[in-house]
Design a protein around this ligand. Structure first.
Ligand code: PLP
Length: 381
C-alpha cells in the first residue's frame, strides 16, 4: 500500500459491532468479563483501548514499523524513551533541539544520574567522537528546530548500530509523509502528534513507533506502567487528522516552497533557512531522505534586532503569532522570545537563533494570500 492509501486504510476497519465506517470513540474505563480472565483482549483502558489500538496500528504502518505506542503528549512519548535509561548511562543529542526535550533531559533526567551531551550533527562524525561504552541512546531531530538543519539519518544509524546504541529520531517536523526514519536505520521514531499528525491544532498527543519486538515490549511496559496514555477522544481526532495528512503535507510543502523563494529575494531579509534550497548545506541529504521539504521556514532580518522581529511578528493578519506548528493555519513565531526563551542568548546565538530569527509554520491557505500578508507586514518595518 502506498502512503495516502495507508493513511485511510492501514489498521482501520469498519467497527465490528455496528459496521460504523469511522472508528468509534470508546469512552470507557473498563470492559466486562463473563467469567474471570475471559476478556477479549481488553481489560482496563490504560492498558488497551480500541480507539487507541486503531490509531497505534495506523501510525505503525505510516512509519513502516511494527509497533506503536500513543501517549498523552509528545513529551510523554519522549519521557517513555528516557525510561529505557539507567543511572550512569549517557545520551548524545542534537544541540539544536526542541526546548521541551532539552528541559526534560537537563532538568529531570540529569538529576537521575544520566549524562547528556549536546552537539551539532550536520557532520555525523561528531557523534562517533562522543560515544563511550556508557552511551545508550542517540537522540536526533531533523529538520532541526528552528534553524532547519538536516542530519543524515542513515549515517547516524550506521554509527549507532556499530556501537549497539539506540537511535531515536523525533520526526515531528517532517511527519511520516516526508520522512520515515525506521527505513533509514533508526530504532525508534517519536512524534508530537499535536503537530502535523493531528494537523488541526485541536489535540495534544504523542507516539513512539519501533520495529524490534524486544524494544516494543519494553515500551509497552512503560506505557502501561507510567500511564501517560492518550485518551480515546484525542485518538479519534488524530485518526481523523491523519486521513488528510498526505494532502496537507503536499500543500504545506507547495506553499513552503513559494514563501521560501519570496523571502530569499526580499530586500529586508538576510538569510532564509529552508532545506529545499540547493545551497542549503545539507540539501543533498534532505533530498535523499525526505519526500519533499515541508512547510517549516525560518529567516533572519538584515537589521538583526528584537524590535524589528517583534514589529514583523505583530504585523501579519493571516499568520497568527503563536507557539506550536503543523496545523492547517499559518503561524509566525519568534524563537528567541518564545520557544527558545529559556536558552541563554550566547547559547542560542551559537546554534543560529539570532535576535531577529522568525519561524513560520506555513499552513494550507492560498499561497497568494500568505505572500500578500507577509509583504504587508514587511512594509511596516
Ligand atoms: C511540540 C514538539 C514536541 C513536544 O510535543 P507535545 O505534544 O507538545 O508534548 C517534541 N518535539 C518537537 C519537535 C515538537 O515540535
Amino acid at each position: 500500500m502506498k502512503f495516502a492509501t495507508k493513511t485511510l486504510h492501514a489498521g482501520v476497519e469498519p467497527d465490528p459491532s455496528t459496521g460504523a465506517i469511522m472508528t468509534p470513540i470508546y469512552q470507557t474505563s473498563t470492559y466486562v468479563q463473563s467469567s474471570p480472565g475471559s476478556h477479549k483482549g481488553y481489560e482496563y483502558a490504560r492498558t488497551q483501548n480500541p480507539t487507541r489500538t486503531v490509531l497505534q496500528n495506523n501510525l505503525a504502518a505510516l512509519e513502516n514499523g511494527t509497533a506503536c505506542f500513543c501517549f498523552s503528549s509528545g513529551m510523554a512519548a519522549t519521557d517513555a524513551v528516557a525510561h529505557l535509561l539507567k543511572p550512569g548511562d549517557e545520551v548524545i543529542a542534537t544541540n539544536d533541539l526542541y526546548g521541551g526535550t532539552y528541559r526534560l533531559f537537563t532538568r529531570v533526567y540529569a538529576d537521575y544520574g544520566i549524562k547528556f551531551q549536546f552537539t551539532g550533527m550536520e557532520d555525523p562524525m561528531a557523534i562517533g567522537r562522543l560515544i563511550t561504552p556508557k552511551t545508550k541512546l542517540v537522540w536526533i531531530e531533523t529538520p532541526t528546530n528552528p534553524t532547519l538543519k538536516i542530519i543524515d539519518i542513515r549515517k547516524v544509524a550506521e554509527i549507532t548500530a556499530q556501537h549497539a546504541v539506540y537511535l531515536a529520531v523525533d520526526n515531528t517536523f517532517a511527519s511520516p509523509y516526508l520522512q520515515n526514519p525506521l527505513d533509514l536505520g533508526a530504532d525508534m521514531v517519536v512524534h508530537s502528534g499535536t503537530k502535523y499528525i493531528g494537523g488541526h491544532s485541536d489535540l495534544v498527543m504523542g507516539a513512539i513507533i519501533c520495529k524490534d519486538p524486544a524494544l516494543a515490549e519494553r515500551l509497552a511496559f512503560y506505557q502501561n506502567s507510567c500511564g501517560a496514555v492518550s485518551g480515546p477522544q484525542d485518538c479519534f481526532l488524530a485518526l481523523r487528522g491523519i486521513k488528510t495528512l498526505a494532502l496537507r503535507m503536499q500543500r504545506h510543502s507547495e506553499n513552503g516552497r513559494k514563501i521560501a523563494q519570496f523571502l530569499r529575494t526580499h530586500p529586508l531579509v538576510a538569510h532564509v533557512n529552508w532545506p529545499g534550497f540547493h545551497d542549503h548545506i545539507n540539501h543533498h541529504v534532505a533530498a535523499s531522505q525526505m519526500r519533499d521539504f515541508g512547510g517549516m521556514i525560518s529567516f533572519v532580518l538584515k537589521e538583526d534586532t528584537l524590535e524589528k522581529a517583534f514589529t514583523l511578528c505583530s504585523s501579519t493578519q493571516l499568520f497568527s503569532l503563536a507557539e506550536s506548528l503543523g496545523g492547517v493555519e499559518s503561524l509566525i513565531g519568534h524563537p528567541a522570545s518564545m520557544t527558545h526563551a529559556s536558552i541563554p542568548r550566547d547559547e542560542r546565538l551559537k546554534t543560529g537563533v539570532q535576535d531577529s530569527l522568525i519561524r513560520l509554520s506555513i499552513g494550507i491557505e492560498d499561497a497568494e494570500d500568505l505572500l500578500e500578508d507577509l509583504d504587508n507586514a514587511f512594509n511596516q518595518l
